[in-house]
Ligand binder design. Structure first.
Ligand code: PRP
Length: 178
């Protein structure tokens, strides 16, 4: 359903462009020239738009893979129950891996995935998120590349959904409460 009102813009289209460009520069500078391509892993579904923009701003040879997780169901409050719906296609063993998220909210999703990925013996493992909600944090996660901090409000757009809607908004906004 996509018929709720957006009450406020949290991150505009122009700000998104600047943030993604800056993250691409930081990531490019960090990795430099690797022996094997960087493996960029997007967590679906929320990261698909950010991931598409981000990889085009990284000036290092890379490959992409995706994993589908689910933590919220169709509600607006994190359930804490993180499920792997679809695993990666490729092995990350001995690879330089960059995990990409649209948002770190409670941190439960990232902390679980970081643990899971760490057990697969990557050469290195770094994490990047477009949005960060520090006030909602429950699980401790180290974020290596962070787009922007936002307040503890329910954000939609630029890949983030409410009941699967609003992902196509070109900016990040806040939905009017019911
Ligand atoms: C959202 C978001 C992150 C996670 C963040 O995913 O994409 O993966 O929640 O929340 P957390 O830090 O509290 O764990 P969601 O489960 O809604 O699925 P989606 O990616 O399909 O939107």
């Amino acid at each position: 359903m996509q018929n709720h009102e957006i009450t406020k813009v949290l991150v505009s289209e122009d700000e998104i462009k600047q943030i993604v460009r800056r993250l691409g520069e930081e990531i490019t500078a960090h990795y430099g020239q690797l022996e094997r391509e960087l493996m960029v892993v997007g967590l679906l579904r929320g990261s698909f738009i950010f991931m598409a923009d981000l990889v085009r701003q990284i000036n290092t040879p890379l490959v992409v893979d995706f994993m589908t997780l689910s933590s919220y169901g169709d509600g607006t409050v994190s359930s804490g129950d993180v499920k792997v719906v679809m695993d990666l296609d490729s092995s990350i063993e001995d690879r330089d891996v960059l995990l990409v998220e649209d948002i770190v909210d409670t941190g439960r999703t990232f902390s679980k995935v970081i643990r899971m990925m760490g057990n697969r013996n990557p050469r290195s493992l770094k994490v990047c998120t477009f949005l960060n909600k520090p006030d909602a944090r429950i699980a401790d996660v180290r974020i290596d590349f962070c787009g922007v901090d936002i307040p503890n409000e329910f954000a939609v757009g630029y890949g983030l959904d409410y009941a699967q809607g609003y992902r196509n908004l070109p900016y990040v906004g806040v939905l009017k409460a019911d």
